[in-house]
Design a protein around this ligand. Structure first.
Ligand SMILES: [Zn+2]
Length: 49
């Protein structure tokens, strides 16, 4: 399974794509490609692509 989401960094407000192969995002973190902030994927989720 391949899923794409749009994440918005809570720190710098930039958006970026996030790819995952599971629907379970609870514990997932992603490092912002713009400012390096380590965000919670679930909380930063903007929409499903
Ligand atoms: Zn950021």
């Amino acid at each position: 399974m391949s899923l794409f989401f749009l994440l918005r960094c809570p720190k710098c407000k930039n958006t970026m794509k996030y790819h995952t192969d599971t629907k379970i995002l609870t514990e997932k973190r992603k490092k912002c490609v713009y400012c390096g902030f380590s965000m919670s994927v679930r909380k930063a989720l903007e929409k499903k692509l």
